[in-house]
Design a protein around this ligand. Sequence first.
Ligand SMILES: [Zn+2]
Length: 358
Amino acid sequence: MNRSAWVIREHGVIGSPRLESLPLGSLPNGFVRITLKSLSLNHLDLWTTLGLPGIQLPLPVILGSDGSGVIEEICSSESLPFGLTVGSSVMIAPGLSCGSCFDCQSGNDMLCKSYKVMGHLTNGTASTILDVPIHNLLPIPSGWTFEEAAAFPLVFLTAWEMLVEKARLGFGETVLIWGGGSGIGTAAIQLTRMLGAKSIVVVGDDQKAVKCWDLGATHVLNRNRENIAERIKELTHKKGVDVVFEHTGPATWTTSMMACRRGGRIVTCGSTTGTDVALNLRSLFARQIVIQGSYMGKRSNFFKLLACLESGISNPPFRPIIDKVFDFKDYPAAQLYLESGQHFGKVICRVTNSSVIN
Ligand SMILES: [Zn+2]
């Protein structure tokens, strides 16, 4: 039995992954076999394709960190959580860890030395059939499509970790959210609203601005025709924002520092415009700003997110935002589309009957 998978054997340009037919082995203990329905792309897929300076990624690797599908087979000795069984629809948590070290045992699995994100340091979801550890199965919220389920895990987990765990966002506080049209930006806008805080969201065009308002943004700024630092001064009465939601890096860092209030927090989870920024230490210590890095999030927080939906705390309920759905076989085009920055929300690949190669 074979599966079709998007594989990186050597780093190359965006859109260069190849579709391969790979043999399926026997199902390992502690795993279930899933037929993929949809996957969503993240910038991590682009970094994995390009390669990261100074970091040796294990190749070959199957791409894809997010996915949803149907359970086809369960390792005979295992029982599944949440009432899941063969035929159940599931979404996939993207982080793998050892499960036994101090950090894993204390619930900080993303601090585990063995922590791996699927599709980056270990095989991922861009495969028509895949074997997934039972610990990584998540039930799909009622009424969500497979596309929405595939768009949820990585960006919502990361945004929750940044806003709730790292920034400790308080009721009535103000968050500056860069890249409001990105997958993580659309998650952050909705979670900020759910947490009773205000958002100042930055986008690159007016169409995206309207969509951000629809998601519950308090203010939306167009970086191509507004001075962001000046507008934030006006909107916060010269105080600055309480929290900066950073994921872009050098292109926004100086403004992030200027926009942050005395004693405020800057949380960063990404570096889409580069990894090196200038830091004025006097400004940092004199204004007592806290800068914190964040990477993925505690797996247990998936269940807090799902509980917010089930309990009605999220009202209106947050929902993954999907921009465009490609066929699985058009994965390279989906990568190029993500790189273009035209999207608002997530870019999806859906498996259809024509997606499989023999
Ligand atoms: Zn561990």
